[in-house]
Each structure stands twice: as C-alpha cells, then as structure tokens.
Ligand binder design. Sequence first.
Ligand SMILES: *[C@@H]1O[C@H](CO)[C@@H](O)[C@H](O)[C@H]1NC(C)=O
Length: 226
Amino acid sequence: MPVIPRYLIFLFQVVLAFCFISFSGLHQSSSSSSFNFVQGKTKLNIKSSGIDMVHASHILCASNRTLCEDIMELLEPFAEDDLLRPKLERGFEELARKFSRCPTGKRNGGDLGYFPRGEMTKDFDAIVFSELAAPLHKPVGPHQTSNGFHVIMVHDRHLADAEMREQARIATEEAKKKREESFKRNMKKEQGKQERKGARANARQGERRPPASSKHRAAVGSHDEF
Ligand SMILES: *[C@@H]1O[C@H](CO)[C@@H](O)[C@H](O)[C@H]1NC(C)=O
C-alpha cells in the first residue's frame, strides 16, 4: 500500500521541521524581567545579542486548505475582543489537538514555545517574525509553507533592538564602501604597474634591436604595431 510510506515520510518531515528543534534545550528563564534565554549552557539576552525571538502556536493542515479556512472561521469571532483571549487560546489548543498534523498539536495544543529566527523553515519565519503578517494574539491563515497550510498564532515577539540593528547596517555599508574604494585603488595601481612594465619591456627590446637588414626591420616594425 503506497499510502502508508507516504504518510510516514510526511510525518518525518513535519517532526524534523517543527518539533525536534523546539525541544532542543531552549527554555525561557522564568524569573527574569529582562528577556533572557538559556540555550545549551549559554545565557542569551536578546536585546544585547541582537537575536530575534518569537513564541508561536500553529495548526498544520497539511494540504487541506479548506480545513485551515474552517478553523479560521471558528476562531475569528474570539479574536475580535481582548477579553475573549483565554477562550481563543483554549479553542486554538483544542482545534490543534483535534486536527493538527504536527505532533505538537497532540502534545502541546500546537504550542511551539519560544524559538529564535533561523530555527524553523525560512517561510515559517517570514510569517511569525512579521508584525504585519502575524499580529500578536490573532490567528492568521491559511499560510502556506513547504510543510503545507497552517493556522498560526503568535503569542509574544521580541525583535532585536532597532538602534543596534541600524548601527550594524551602517557599519556594514561603510565597510563595503571602503572595500570597494580599496579595490578600485588597487586596480589602478596594478594597471599603472603593468603599463610601466610594458613600457620598460618595449624600451629594452628597442635597445637590443640589432641594426638589421631591411627585411628584418620590416618584421620588427610590424611587431611594434601591436
Ligand atoms: C479537509 O478538511 C475538511 C474539514 O474542514 C474536511 O471536510 C475534508 O474532508 C478534508 N479534506 C481532505 C481531503 O481530507
């Protein structure tokens, strides 16, 4: 039966892309007022490290876009009023447990926990790290990624300090300009060197040129035209 292997491959893909990673030793340190994470043995403060972090849940509908649309329809009425947020979150968890094709649905009601930019797939990051694509506490979707259609809800988002990011951008641009200028200068220098070398070679050739027969002179003359 070809259905079973395909299903297994799909499950593998999903597990790899979304689940293993979010349990690989990333925990939010609970008692800090600033935003610190412990990753392995390294404590990260996202403001100073410049690392973007997000806390998101998702329901994976695989190829069934209609399922995602139906889920959105069920959730949207609860997203209109902040007072309904607890109901919205419980509803999301329930629907994730019932319908999500990602094991996080069963295990955590779709909750992927906190994760930094670069840990999930690029297309998933593009949604969860965008304030426009995924406003906080609002279910959004259907969004398609390489893993299929999702309904996504972002609970919390910490983007690296804008000022630091701007400083990094300016520094990168200045370095690039310097590199380009230095490259141009070196090219000019090298060109000059080659020209002088060529001139010296020509001069030497001229010195060594023997007083020759008219036949020889004609041959050298034609060579000089190059
Ligand atoms: C997709 O999901 C809908 C429920 O929203 C369901 O009725 C339909 O059978 C599903 N389609 C497939 C192909 O599983």
